[in-house]
Design a protein around this ligand. Structure first.
Ligand code: NAP
Length: 434
């Protein structure tokens, strides 16, 4: 009997799960249900536009999507077009591969002021995500603060100081290129609440900060740790290497027009200003037992833009028990409930690299295969198609995506990989034409 599996989402964790299910050899019809008309989630809308090589993984997802057992239902939102309960009635197994697309709140006084953004929104804006293309951040400010020293913080800081030539070679939408190139930002402050030895970014991404055409990294060598005793032993070597790299930055000439300042032991306590952000009140910290502890000493950091790159949360979906504290679904190794699974960031939170999702996908596929052998036979794809038709939804197929993809490639700026459509309406309108 053919089993029906619905995977909600079409980013890396969704595709790795689908691929693992196909490779398991079970007789299954697998449907990817995606809120946007275009697939690939984080690969298309999260990976930095100047990291095009990271996006190449979508080629293998494309192969998976073209497999005989897969179908893509784009422009279908769970909670709007179909409920999770309905999907569970229609499918033998449902997998939440929805990632963690929401910002963790900064949660300090003043963080609701204009000019304060979470990185999900800000990254979505410069990546042409339909939800955020109208964010319209005011970049006519001299200085920006990026809170959080993970790879997303580095992405945001780096892109804010990239030159026109660097940005035009990417698929960053025109509106974002123009806003960044015409911005008045000369200084970006990257704030780590713990020491440089505790920074979450990785070494390849840090190296790039020393290779920017128009910006110099600024590091106070005296602020860097010399002991790594309070770092887990297995991380010490790599953290020491990163601190060495930062020390190397400290001795570089600051000869470029813009600067990215690395500030560690710096915890933002309040967003200053009136209606709009005018600065941050920052408290110096020391690390005790692995945690940042305030010293009571504070200083003001003038800035007209704040981007909090402090991690993400999954969305609450009615019918799936949610762990509010950690912002993900309550699950055991990917199992939420009988026939309901979570994978990737929805399962373990926003950490790791894209390839980490491959292991998650294999784990969840194994659970599904084991549990489904017991018997199945729900209506699956045909039932969903029928329900969506009744509701007047307009799902996009993988062939539709092929047309959007080709049109985006055809309309790319010279030297850029594609010119993304940044509204759902534009994508659907294209599909209405001949
Ligand atoms: P992340 O790696 O977890 O970094 C989050 C940063 O925010 C940490 O420095 C954290 O400090 C800080 N933070 C958290 N809460 C804070 C608060 N209330 N106040 C001040 N600082 C706070 O998260 P991410 O940068 O969003 O990245 C998510 C995942 O995607 C990571 O696995 C990352 O490596 C990956 N990613 C990879 C790439 C790439 O490979 N090029 C690019 C982008 C993202 P503490 O450590 O003190 O908590």
């Amino acid at each position: 009997m053919t089993l029906s599996v619905a995977i909600i989402g079409s980013g890396p964790s969704a595709f790795y799960t689908a691929d693992a299910l196909v490779k398991s050899g079970i007789d299954a019809r697998i449907d990817l249900i995606e809120r946007l008309p275009a697939p690939f989630g984080l690969i298309r809308y999260g990976v930095a536009p100047d990291h095009e090589s990271t996006r190449k993984v979508s080629r293998s997802f494309d192969k998976t999507a073209r497999g005989a057992s897969l179908s893509f239902f784009g422009n279908v939102e769970v909670g709007r077009d179909v409920s999770l309960d309905e999907l569970r009635q229609l499918y033998d197994a449902v997998v939440l591969a929805v990632g963690a697309p929401l910002d963790r709140p900064l949660g300090i006084p003043g963080s609701d002021k204009k000019g304060v953004f979470g990185s999900a929104a800000f990254v979505g804006w410069y990546n042409g995500h339909p939800d955020f293309r109208d964010l319209d951040p005011d970049l006519k400010v001299k200085a920006a603060a990026v809170v959080g020293v993970g790879n997303v913080g580095l992405d945001v800081a780096r892109l804010l100081v990239r030159s026109r030539a660097e940005l035009e070679a990417t698929d960053m939408p025109e509106y974002a290129v123009e806003a960044i190139v015409n911005s008045e930002i000369t200084d970006v402050y990257l704030l780590g609440r713990r020491s440089a030895a505790h920074a979450a970014f990785t070494i390849g991404e840090l190296r790039e900060m020393g290779e920017l055409e128009g910006a110099s990294p600024v590091v106070d060598a005296a602020s860097l740790p010399t002991s790594f005793d309070d770092v887990p032993e297995e991380d010490r070597r790599i953290k020491a290497k990163m601190v060495d790299m930062l020390r190397g930055f400290a001795s570089l000439p600051q000869d470029r027009p813009k600067r990215v300042h690395f500030r560690f032991n710096a915890a933002p306590r309040e967003v200053l200003g009136g209606d709009r952000v005018e600065g941050l009140r920052v408290e110096r910290t020391r690390v005790e037992g692995g945690r940042a502890v305030g010293t009571g000493e504070t200083y003001g950091l003038p800035c007209g833009l704040v981007v909090a790159a402090i991690g993400y949360r999954s969305p609450v979906i009615q019918g799936a028990s949610f762990d509010e504290r950690n912002g993900l679904y309550v699950n055991r190794g990917g199992v939420i409930d009988a026939g309901l699974y979570a994978v990737g960031w929805a399962m373990r939170g926003p950490s790791g690299v894209i390839g980490t999702n491959k292991i998650d996908g294999q784990t969840v596929a194994k659970h599904i295969v084991e549990n489904l052998r017991a018997g199945a036979g729900k209506p699956g794809r045909d039932g969903l198609a029928e329900l969506l038709k009744r509701r007047g939804a307009r799902p996009t197929s993988y062939a539709d995506w092929g047309r959007i993809d080709a049109a985006e490639i055809a309309r790319a700026r010279q030297g850029a990989p594609r010119g993304k459509f940044t509204t759902i309406a534009e994508m659907l309108a294209l599909l209405e034409t001949g």
